[in-house]
Design a protein around this ligand. Structure first.
Ligand code: TPP
Ligand code: MG
Length: 279
C-alpha cells in the first residue's frame, strides 16, 4: 500500500479507536493516537505476519510493550484482518470479553500479554536471540512508551541486546513527552534519549514519529543495518489528530463527552478531506 493511502487510512483508524473507546466507556486515548502511525506502518509495510501465519516459526514477532495503547492495536489488527472491528466494538471492556484494555494473547495475532510496563524489550531480546541461535531470519519489533523507560528492566534488555549484537531487533520509543501524571521531564528526566541508547550500544534513528513517510524510511533503514540493534526514537504528539486532546496529560486515559466526541470526529474528517484535496 502506498504511503498516501496509509495517510488516508490513518484518519479512519483514528475514528475507529475513538468509537471503540466510546463503546467500552474509556481507554488510553492519548497514547493510542501517538502510536497509531507506528503500528499502521509496521503492520502494513514491514511486519511479515498474516492472520494465517501467527504460529509460523518464521513469522516476524511484535510486542506492544506500552500495552495500554490497546485500542490503537485493535484498530490495526482489525484493519489487517486478524480480528473483527464489529466484534471488538460490541464487546470491548465487557465482563468476560476477551477484548480487554491490554494485549491478550488468546486473541489471534497477539504475541504476548503486556500492560505491566518494562517487559516488552527484555522478552523481545529473548525472541531475537532465539532467532539467531536457531538461524531463522525473522525480525522482532517492540514499541515502548517514553514514561516506560523509567523501568530498570528496559535498560537490562538494552544492554543485553547490544552485547548479543541483535541486529534482528528493532525497538521504537513513542517519545510523546508525556506520561500518566505529567511531562516525562518533570517525572523522570529523559533527555537525551538519543545519547542514552547510543551509549548502550544501539544504532539510533530519531524521527518525526507522526509522519508515515519517516516511519517507513526508518523501518527500512533498521532492517538494512547490521551488527547492532536499532532503536527508533519516534517524536510524536500525545493525542495526535485533534487539538481537543493534543499534548494534554489529562487525556492519557479519558472518555470523551458528547461535545468532545463531535469535535474530534469533525477534526479527523477535516484532516482527511484536506489530504484528499491535496492540501
Ligand atoms: C509497571 C507499571 N507501572 C505503572 C503502570 C501504570 N501506567 C499505565 S500507563 C502509564 C504511563 C506510561 O507513560 P508512557 O510510557 O509515556 O505511555 P504513553 O505516553 O505512550 O501513553 C503508567 C505509569 C503500568 N502499566 N505498569
Ligand atoms: Mg509517553
Amino acid at each position: 500500500m502506498e504511503n498516501r493511502e496509509l495517510e488516508l487510512k490513518s484518519w479512519q483508524l483514528r475514528q475507529d479507536i475513538v468509537d471503540i473507546i466510546m463503546a467500552g466507556k474509556g481507554g488510553h486515548i492519548g497514547g493510542d493516537m501517538s502510536v497509531l502511525n507506528t503500528l499502521l506502518v509496521l503492520y502494513q509495510k514491514h511486519l511479515r505476519i498474516t492472520p494465517e501465519t501467527t504460529n509460523d516459526p518464521n513469522r516476524d514477532r511484535f510486542v506492544l510493550s506500552k500495552g495500554h495503547a490497546m485500542e490503537a492495536y485493535y484498530a490495526v489488527l482489525a484493519d489487517c484482518g486478524f480480528l473483527s472491528l464489529e466484534d471488538i466494538k460490541a464487546r470491548f471492556s465487557q465482563f468476560g470479553s476477551p477484548y480487554i484494555g491490554h494485549p491478550n494473547n488468546k486473541l489471534n495475532g497477539i504475541e504476548m500479554n503486556s500492560g505491566s510496563l518494562g517487559h516488552g524489550l527484555p522478552v523481545c531480546v529473548g525472541m531475537a536471540l532465539a532467532g539467531k541461535m536457531d538461524q531463522r531470519d525473522y525480525r522482532v519489533y517492540t514499541v515502548m512508551g517514553d514514561g516506560e523507560l523509567a523501568e530498570g528492566s528496559v535498560w537490562e534488555g538494552a544492554m543485553s541486546a547490544s552485547h548479543y549484537k541483535l541486529d534482528n531487533l528493532c525497538a521504537v520509543v513513542d517519545r510523546n513527552r508525556l506520561q500518566i501524571s505529567g511531562t516525562t521531564e518533570e517525572v523522570m528526566t529523559q533527555d537525551s534519549q538519543e545519547e542514552r541508547w547510543a551509549a548502550f550500544g544501539w544504532h539510533v534513528l530519531s524521527i518525526d514519529g507522526n509522519s508515515i513517510d519517516a516511519l517507513d524510511k526508518a523501518f527500512t533503514e533498521a532492517k538494512a543495518f547490521k551488527g547492532k540493534p536499532t532503536v527508533i526514537i519516534a517524536n510524536t504528539t500525545k493525542g495526535y489528530g485533534s487539538p481537543v486532546m493534543e499534548n494534554k496529560a489529562g487525556w492519557h486515559h479519558h472518555l470523551p463527552n458528547a461535545e468532545e466526541y463531535q469535535q474530534i470526529t469533525k477534526d479527523f474528517a477535516e484532516r482527511k478531506a484536506a489530504l484528499e484535496n491535496g492540501k
